[in-house]
Design a binder for this molecule. Sequence first.
Ligand SMILES: Nc1ncnc2c1ncn2[C@@H]1O[C@H](COP(=O)(O)OP(=O)(O)O)[C@@H](O)[C@H]1O
Ligand SMILES: Nc1ccn([C@@H]2O[C@H](COP(=O)(O)OP(=O)(O)O)[C@@H](O)[C@H]2O)c(=O)n1
Ligand SMILES: [Mg+2]
Length: 235
Amino acid sequence: MWRRVASLSSSISSSFLAQTASRLNTWESLTTGIAQQAKGVIAPKEKTPFITFVLGGPGSGKGTQCIKIVETFGFAHLSAGDLLRREIASKSADGAMILNTIKEGKIVPSQVTVKLIQKEMELSDNHKFLIDGFPRTEENRVSFERIIGVEPNVVLFFDCPEEEMVKRVLNRNEGRVDDNLETIKKRLTVFQALSLPVINYYSERGKLYTIKAIGTEDEIFEQVRPIFAAFETVG
Ligand SMILES: Nc1ncnc2c1ncn2[C@@H]1O[C@H](COP(=O)(O)OP(=O)(O)O)[C@@H](O)[C@H]1O
Ligand SMILES: Nc1ccn([C@@H]2O[C@H](COP(=O)(O)OP(=O)(O)O)[C@@H](O)[C@H]2O)c(=O)n1
Ligand SMILES: [Mg+2]
């Protein structure tokens, strides 16, 4: 069960040994370790994780479509932005730094974000994850691979014209500190410079599914649905 793996992996990750191991290790070596102990107390993991990264500029509709994917295909939704905002709200040690970074439209150091994602994955009973708004930089991508030790199965890219993204963000009305014209301009520059290379990386590896993110929410979901339906068929 995922939770068993999780508790195993959290106890491991607190030790230096395991941190070193997790750098070198891949997911397989973790599961091999568990399999070796399966005869004893720890059961083998039932299912390998299925990971989807959800990418796209600010306001491209990632969060909106993730809700539909969760409803239809039963994924766990992990929004990197929501996890970071939760850290701010909980007044954690990194909260002030995260708030300033978000206000500036910049990217929070990967180690912080990956740790939050890792914790959520470990706590989840699900094995299908939608990781929304991550990786936004090459550093994010490499850090996830190093710390979590897995690669995504699917990468969705919501491709939306800038003027539409700006319009949507300015109308979002969620009281976010970064939903203003000044920050959105910075975020679009960061998206072009740092996030597009990640999208290209996955395109070159044949993992990228590009969605034309214009139209109604339902119209857009009709492009998304067959991608996951195909994976369900495969099993
Ligand atoms: N297809 C769409 N057409 C118009 N507005 C949309 C569409 N999809 C989402 N929105 C709205 O645009 C805003 C940004 O959407 P959101 O899902 O938060 O995007 P992201 O997570 O990519 O920033 C929200 O207010 C949302 O309700
Ligand atoms: N991988 C990530 C994701 C978000 N963030 C920060 O959180 C902000 C909001 O991210 P978000 O995913 O909630 O934003 P939207 O694209 O949904 O508008 C980003 O502009 C970054 O400042 C980050 O630093 N690293
Ligand atoms: Mg979002």
